[in-house]
Design a protein around this ligand. Structure first.
Ligand SMILES: Nc1ncnc2c1ncn2[C@@H]1O[C@H](COP(=O)(O)OP(=O)(O)OP(=O)(O)O)[C@@H](O)[C@H]1O
Length: 664
């Protein structure tokens, strides 16, 4: 990228005067500020380095990338420096704020088409530039499209951008999992073959829908659900019925972006030539159409925060105190999803309970949106068969029963490595994944994946019989679409109030008092937007196991309908019980032999049989001991890894401080 910085902005906090807050992200607060020596208003993003844990690399990358940018549609950084435990990034102040904030303040149903075309064209120009320079933005969404008071549009936030040239060609296709679930391309979730800049085109299509409706498709669902819906459902799009007010060319443009096969999506350059963008207008038009009459950014932000706080107070009784932070984050529409493995598995167990209702009602989710959508400029034969033939093959969703069918039939299309898809949610390396999942410490990855897959399909089958009862969980029954932001806490309650969630137990989530509260645990690793908590790491042994000498069997509560997380402990539990039973039987036989004084023929045979299997039994015991030993060493290796990572982070911090001192 071209180096642009002519003017050297001061790198000392005392040269800036912070004014009001104008935005908040996962680990940063953004302020309007005055650069005193230049007497210039700027925006300063203050990142809490303590909150960023191990992601210093990411931050450094963001700042570096931002300061090398030279394009009118990409937000650049004037400079950055550390102040105490925070990093200050100085940027141009975009007085209109983000499109997301503007929608939340005044256009909750979304913008008019010419406004969307103008915003998207400018954003797309930014993407063309970014892609040309070998970068993938990876977080294209309305929250990152900023507008200045003169109507200039800039794409912001390189927090998760990746440089395809970082370490050579091999890295052109990325293998990390970052971004925000609703905007995330299927190939990013799947983690099978990596992904490239076409992932941004998918996010761009989702952003188009967000600007059209005021929210992204699937935004009311928890992350795991979003993940599965993105992978399994037909891509979202503009609906011919619901979205009558939008032009055919808009629908076609969106459909061209939201094709599951990235190869079939247009490049940003080609997309920019789409005739939809001929509807784009001038900066002045944007000012007149959406900025005029809006209160100043700081005030708007304050009002939004107050509105959120009100909503939280209103719902405190229903959702409880501990949900507040995640609710706030959700309502703000930021990407602070607190992914942890238990959450994801629990959400997988909940899957589709509310689909049966919602898919039929929510045009975003219905299959019919693509029916009459011929993609001009991008020939229909280039569409994947699922989309191209949609009008013929898509089953009617109206009765709300097809969802089950969908899930079953789409299981084969679910990533062949579903655990990898889950694993990806943490943006952690292979070793950490093994360690974060207590159930996967010794079994091979494939076995674990099979367990998850089994769990998903058994959950799908169970749900057919329980569908009617479970419809009570449908968000549509609880709350109207206009209050969509309030839906999330309901699911978050379910997420956070659950241990390994059995499908049957799920119904109890309506009665929170009956559900065990498993507190989340301290964050032990955070990468990008995702964190792994100590709760994910603590091994959860089998519970409620008791040996029943009368029935001669074991009663493991976790076995009747095993959640993925409990399958392995359950198997261990059975194994243990079998061993105990065998011991008991041997003792009994010995006792009978001694009291009867002679060997009954059949008894003899039975004893011999049992004695014959005893070497196997001994071997089992040995293996069990090895298993426990291995579990322990994986645990301590992981701890060591964490220690080293923390050390690393500390060193980086010191280096940073040193570097900044040098610059001063
Ligand atoms: N230069 C700017 N001018 C005006 N507002 C800004 C500016 N930069 C950021 N904001 C506002 O602050 C919000 C949060 O900033 P930012 O997105 O950079 O933080 P983040 O932690 O990366 O958040 P996220 O994870 O949601 O992307 C933005 O959505 C936007 O509304």
């Amino acid at each position: 990228m071209d180096y642009v910085s002519e003017k050297r902005y001061p790198v000392n906090a005392k040269d800036y005067k912070l004014y009001e807050e104008i935005g908040e992200g996962v680990s940063a607060t953004v302020y309007r500020a005055l650069c005193i020596p230049f007497n210039q208003i700027v925006a300063i993003k203050v990142l809490d380095l303590e909150k960023c844990n191990n992601d210093l690399d990411g931050i450094r990358r963001e700042v570096q990338t931002m300061s090398l940018i030279d394009h009118p549609n990409v937000l650049r950084a004037y400079g950055s420096f550390t102040a105490g435990y925070s990093l200050w990034v100085v940027m141009p102040y975009m007085a209109g704020g983000s499109c997301l904030h503007i929608m939340k303040s005044a256009y909750s149903e979304g913008f008019e088409e010419p406004v969307i075309a103008t915003l998207l064209r400018e954003t797309l120009k930014a993407l063309v530039y970014i892609h040309e320079h070998g970068h993938i933005h990876r977080d294209v969404k309305a929250g990152n499209i900023l507008i200045d008071s003169d109507g200039t549009v800039k794409l912001a936030d390189f927090g998760v951008s990746a440089c395809m040239f970082d370490t050579g060609d091999r890295q052109r296709s990325r293998n990390t999992f970052v971004g925000t679930p609703c905007w995330m391309a299927p190939e990013v979730m799947q983690q099978l073959h990596g992904y490239d800049f076409k992932a941004d085109i998918w996010s761009f299509g989702i952003t188009a829908l967000e600007l059209a409706h005021g929210h992204a498709p699937f935004s009311k669902y928890p992350p795991m659900k979003v993940l599965l819906m993105t992978l399994q459902n037909a891509p979202p799009g503009l609906d011919y019925e619901r979205d009558k007010k939008f032009s055919k060319s808009f629908k076609e443009m969106v459909a061209a972006c939201l094709v599951k096969d990235p190869k079939k999506r247009p490049t940003s350059e080609k997309l920019l030539k789409h005739h939809f963008f001929k509807n784009a207008r001038s900066h002045d038009y944007l000012v007149r159409a959406i900025l005029d009459g809006l209160p100043p950014l700081g005030e708007r932000f304050k009002m939004l925060k107050a509105k959120e706080a009100d909503l939280l107070v209103q719902n405190k009784d229903i959702y409880g105190d501990k949900e507040q932070i995640s609710q706030q984050e959700y309502i703000r529409g930021i990407s602070a999803w607190n992914f942890n493995l238990e959450d994801l598995k629990n959400q997988a167990a909940l899957i589709q309970d509310y689909d049966c209702m919602s898919n039929a009602e929510d045009p975003d989710l219905s299959g019919k949106q693509m029916d009459r959508c011929n993609i001009d400029g991008f020939p229909a034969e280039k569409l994947p068969p699922k989309i191209a033939n949609h009008s013929i093959s898509a089953p009617s969703q109206e009765d709300g029963f097809n969802d089950l069918h969908d899930l079953e039939t789409s299981l084969p299309s679910f990533p062949s490595k579903p655990l990898q898809a889950l694993k990806g949610c943490f943006d952690v390396g292979e070793e950490a994944v093994g360690a974060t999942s207590p159930n996967c410490k010794v079994t091979s990855q494939t076995e674990c994946e099979q367990q998850v897959l089994m769990e998903l399909s058994s959950s799908a089958m169970d749900q057919e019989s329980e569908r009617n009862e479970d419809n009570a969980l449908s968000p549509k029954k609880v709350i109207g679409d206009e209050n969509r932001d309030l839906l999330q806490p309901k699911y978050q309650s379910e997420r956070n109030y659950s241990g390994p969630l059995l499908h049957r137990q799920k119904r109890d989530t309506n009665n929170l008092s009956s559900v065990e509260d498993t507190s989340e645990g301290a964050v032990v690793q955070r990468k990008g937007r995702f964190k792994v908590t100590s709760a994910d790491l603590s091994p959860k042994g089998p519970t409620n196991c008791c040996f029943n000498p009368v029935g001669g069997g074991s009663a493991c509560a976790t076995i009747s309908n095993p959640a993925a997380s409990s399958v392995l402990p359950s198997l261990q539990c059975i194994l243990q019980q079998n061993t105990l039973q065998r011991e008991e039987i041997l003792k009994l036989i010995k006792y009978v032999e001694q009291t009867s004084g002679k060997l009954v023929e059949s008894g003899e045979a039975a004893t011999n049989d049992l004695l014959q299997i005893s070497p196997t039994w001994t071997r089992e015991k040995e293996l069990q001991a090895q298993f426990i030993g291995l579990q322990q060493s994986v645990g301590s290796l992981f701890e060591e890894l964490q220690r080293q990572k923390m050390k690393n982070a500390q060193l980086e911090r010191q280096l940073n401080a040193f570097f900044n001192k040098e610059r001063e």
